[in-house]
Write a protein that binds this ligand. Structure first.
Ligand code: PHE
Length: 356
């Protein structure tokens, strides 16, 4: 290497070592390899040399060009890596820090109750089941032993939708979550232990009724389930949900077309103060019973082999009772002031027993 090339090589090596960031590095590159860079000038000068001299000099200048290009790229890689390491160091997230309480976003009381119900029945071994809001007449009524013209259909104030095909009965917005019982039984053989929660619809609107509301359905089928299991399961649930270990619970004979025998379930409360678990009054809270043999047969299950219980309750109702909310309408009016008052922090998990 001639002296001028050695000098350029040494000067560039020093400048590269001194370049502490990518901008300075780029300046060095332009000064050497750019249009009017020092090495570019040497390449241009080759044209003025006699052919003999040009060959040797050309090889040397081009070798230096490759060497400097490689050195610049190596320096670039090192600087980029250092810049990334510095960023990663500065932006490190401490995942062990507690979450900052947020003023934004609260869990709606209905969602909160759904989480609590799932937690309590989940601990008892119930899985979650689902069904569509738009149901066939058969799933919502027929399979549940509510034939056409049965008075129970009138009680439900059903919203009807056009039939899926001519000649078929109209479809319905499900009036209860009980059709999920039928779907669950058709989907897989017993034993079954499920709860189903979701929207239900009835043409009804006042302070305690909304045309859209939510229900929770339960279904347990096995070879030897009895009324005793039904009672134990519901007493445990109600005491856990209301966080009152001695909550009085009463079972009262009733009628549903899809259970036999059927029972309405009441909890103890004080009618005047509204306090749950105190006082001498009873409040009806849910419907239940042993699954009717006809319903089992309709869903393809042999009633001589399998039996069990089912129950259904209104999610708004038990939410209003637990939290002392006395008007149902604001639940679905999306008023942020109401939600700020009654909503739950997303950071507070639903516990199985809050005071038990
Ligand atoms: N489906 C009934 C209702 O909506 C409740 C219920 C469900 C009763 C399961 C008994 C068994 O009123």
């Amino acid at each position: 290497m001639t002296d001028d090339l050695a000098t350029l090589a040494a000067a560039t090596a020093r400048e590269l070592a001194e370049a502490r960031d990518l901008r300075t590095l780029e300046e060095v590159r332009v000064a050497v390899l750019g249009k009017s860079g020092r090495l570019t000038a040497l390449l241009k000068a080759l044209g003025g040399l006699p052919p003999e001299a040009r060959r040797a000099r050309g090889a040397a200048v081009n070798a230096l060009k490759e060497q400097l290009t490689a050195a610049i790229e190596a320096r670039r890689a090192a600087l980029e890596e250092a810049a990334l390491a510095a960023r990663l160091g500065a932006e490190r997230v401490d995942v062990t820090l507690p979450a900052r309480p947020s003023a934004l976003g609260l869990i709606h009381p209905i969602s909160r109750t759904i989480e609590e119900i799932a937690a309590i029945f989940g601990a008892m071994g119930f899985a979650l089941a689902e069904g569509p809001d738009i149901e066939s007449d058969w799933h919502n009524f027929g399979a549940l032993n509510i034939p056409a013209h049965h008075p129970a259909r009138a009680d439900h104030d059903t919203f009807y939708l056009p039939a899926s095909a001519p000649g078929q009965p109209p479809r319905v917005l499900r009036t209860h979550t009980s059709p999920v019982q039928v779907r669950t039984m058709l989907a897989a053989p017993p034993p079954i232990r499920v709860i189903a929660m979701g929207r239900t619809y009835r043409a009804d609107h006042d302070a305690t009724h909304s045309p859209m509301f939510h229900q929770c359905e339960g279904l347990a089928l096995d070879r030897a389930l009895t009324l005793g299991h039904l009672k134990g399961c519901l007493i445990d649930f109600l005491r856990a949900y209301f966080a009152l270990p001695t909550l009085p619970v009463r079972f009262r004979a009733s009628y549903f077309p899809f259970t036999e025998p059927s029972m309405e379930v009441d909890i103890g409360w004080d009618r005047r103060s509204g306090e749950i678990g105190q006082g001498g009054d009873w409040l009806e809270i849910l419907g239940s019973g042993m699954v009717h043999p006809k319903v089992l047969a309709n869903a393809g299950i042999d009633p001589r082999e399998w039996q069990g219980f089912a129950f259904g309750m209104g999610i708004e109702r038990i939410t209003m009772l637990k939290h002392g909310i006395n008007d149902l309408r604001p639940f679905f009016e999306s008023d942020p002031r109401w939600l700020r008052h009654y909503g739950f922090s997303p950071l507070a998990p639903a516990l199985l027993h809050e005071r038990v």
